[in-house]
Ligand binder design. Sequence first.
Ligand SMILES: NC(=O)c1ccc[n+]([C@@H]2O[C@H](COP(=O)([O-])OP(=O)(O)OC[C@H]3O[C@@H](n4cnc5c(N)ncnc54)[C@H](OP(=O)(O)O)[C@@H]3O)[C@@H](O)[C@H]2O)c1
Length: 313
Amino acid sequence: MELEDLMIIAATLLGSISLFKNLLVFIRWLHATFLRKPKNLREYGSWAVVTGPTDGIGKALAFELASKGLNLVLVGRNPNKLEATSSELRQKYVDKIQVKTVVADLAKLSGEEIEVVVTEATKGLDVGVVVNNAGVAYGPPYAKYFHEVDDESMECILRVNVNAVVWVTKGVIDGMLKRKRGAIVNIGSGSTVYVSSFPLQTLYASTKAFMAMFSKSVALEYKDQGIDIQCQVPLFTATKMTMLEKRTIFVPSAEMFSRESVRWIGYDRQCNPYWSHAVEGFVFHAFDTFTVWYLERYMKWMRKEGLEQDRHH
Ligand SMILES: NC(=O)c1ccc[n+]([C@@H]2O[C@H](COP(=O)([O-])OP(=O)(O)OC[C@H]3O[C@@H](n4cnc5c(N)ncnc54)[C@H](OP(=O)(O)O)[C@@H]3O)[C@@H](O)[C@H]2O)c1
């Protein structure tokens, strides 16, 4: 056989293996996204803890978990919004679930204080599901150079997006280890998983990168103890954080995202529950150089617009 023939056979073989592998990934994704049976979340325990349950994804998730029959511990910073959310939940699920509220500003408390708040609030409760959802991004003009982020915002982003996730996890893990069951869901962001850089969102994206690594690593430490830990990585969702009001095929509402989000709890260590986000993420990743180039331009435009709006107010 000629060398040329051998090279053609080798190239065909490699191409077929790669095609087969990608086909398997695609079939697995189709199954997980549209067909897989969700886990019975009550088997993890009868209570769920949600941080940042007073708006957006966290609020929608609290309702979704309540619809599965889970009692809730809601950890939020604003007592009025917490009260409003818990009374909405009680009205909707009369006599079906219990709701406890905990006022805790995750940007103000130290790590140890967060752990104490969580352990006190969950003492004696069969906590099965914990959602580290609370998160903050840059304030106006919403896209900034690193040196433009003021000290208070910097501290807030680091504390809520990183510190709180670690210490809330520490506050619940001992109980889960004793019961040998539990699920922890950390709401990360597609901004760190599908693109190699995210200029003018450096701090936000970096905290979410921490969250992804933390989740995937700690998940392996406890997978044999009945504890499923997962990082979900949504892309744009219509909430107050993004100020996107209009839903489009690629921008679901918090409710649409949350319906899918709970279907993935207990499965993959990292996942993107909403189907169009997953498609978008795949394309972003495949064309990373272009995506990052575009993001940089878009973020600079967003900063300029934000600064101009500020000037007019
Ligand atoms: N929306 C998106 O497109 C998107 C995309 C990727 C990832 N995510 C992630 O999804 C999560 C939820 O985001 P979202 O869009 O739903 O945001 P959101 O609408 O702004 O809601 C954030 C929630 O976190 C709470 N929170 C903020 N700072 C807090 C603090 N210091 N202490 C306690 N709670 C605090 C907020 O409380 P208040 O009600 O008092 O403000 C609110 O309940 C975040 O982790 C975010 O990074 C969102």
